[in-house]
Write a protein that binds this ligand. Structure first.
Ligand code: ADP
Length: 241
């Protein structure tokens, strides 16, 4: 599993009158399933974009396995990203959309076909390979976007709220499949729904551009006011007990 360190990361967008991230410091290691949670606008997407290299911090450094990657381009880091505004190729069917990244790398047809099949099973879309993206539901398109990123090997995968278009049960199933099929790979997920992240190894709570707490669901319920408030607004008394 990868070790990811954010050291003193700050960021203020040019046209914004206040800082989006204020001295974010954190190290994650040995956690395969991490969640970024916090109120809307607290800086989750910006944090992911900085990890992926799509945005530069004003100050601070990003380390991957001890190596400073702050100035590296996204494709020079071992990080693959699924964003909310995914772009699928409309004229290609599901199988070709998923296999496209490998085709570019001149992978053999047999290998592409094997890996595409594996991915279709992982995201629970077997049988859909000949459909076009326009013939899928929103949640199915989202799973296709996830499969397209997962087929390319990386040390870290980041998902910017990619699961929110999925219904609760598909969301839970996909998370379980990711954990079982990709156990030693770090997965960082932005989440809105506390109900689906209770079993995360570690939850990082952001509030107003700062880390408000890091821990498991139980630890944060006890120690982090921001987390407790979010959990209380979403979970029933029985779930909180
Ligand atoms: P979250 O993902 O937690 O909702 P974001 O990281 O998307 O938060 O945004 C945090 C803050 O930064 C918000 O106040 C948002 O308006 C601002 N912001 C995000 N992206 C930009 C941008 N490209 N230009 C200006 N401000 C931005």
């Amino acid at each position: 599993m990868a070790t990811l360190t954010l050291k003193n990361i700050s960021k203020q967008y040019k046209n914004d009158d206040h800082a989006t991230l204020r001295s974010i410091d954190l190290t994650v290691t040995d956690d395969d399933f991490l969640v970024l949670l916090g109120p809307s606008g607290c800086g989750k997407t910006t944090t992911l974009r900085i990890i992926a290299g799509l945005e530069q911090p004003d100050s601070g450094h990003v380390f991957l396995d001890g190596k400073d990657v702050t100035s590296l381009e996204p494709n020079q880091r071992n990080v693959n990203t699924v964003f909310q505004n995914y772009a699928l190729f409309p004229h290609m069917n599901v199988a070709d959309n998923i296999g496209y990244g490998l085709k570019l790398k001149k992978t053999s047809k047999a290998e592409i076909s094997r890996r595409v099949k594996e991915m279709l099973e992982l995201v629970q879309l077997p049988g859909f390979e000949r459909r076009k993206p326009s013939e899928l539901s929103g949640g199915q398109r989202q799973r296709l976007a996830i499969a397209r990123v997962l087929i390319r090997k990386a040390e870290i995968y980041v998902f910017d709220d990619s699961f929110s278009a999925l219904d609760f049960s598909t969301d839970a199933k996909l998370r379980r499949a990711l954990r079982e099929k990709m156990p030693n790979i770090t997965k960082i997920i932005v989440a809105q729904r506390v109900g689906t992240i209770i079993d995360a190894n570690r939850i990082i709570v952001l509030d107003e551009g700062k880390v408000a707490g890091i821990g498991t669901h139980r630890e944060l319920l006890e120690n982090c006011t921001v987390y407790r408030e979010i959990a209380q607004s979403q979970l029933s008394k029985e779930e909180l007990a």
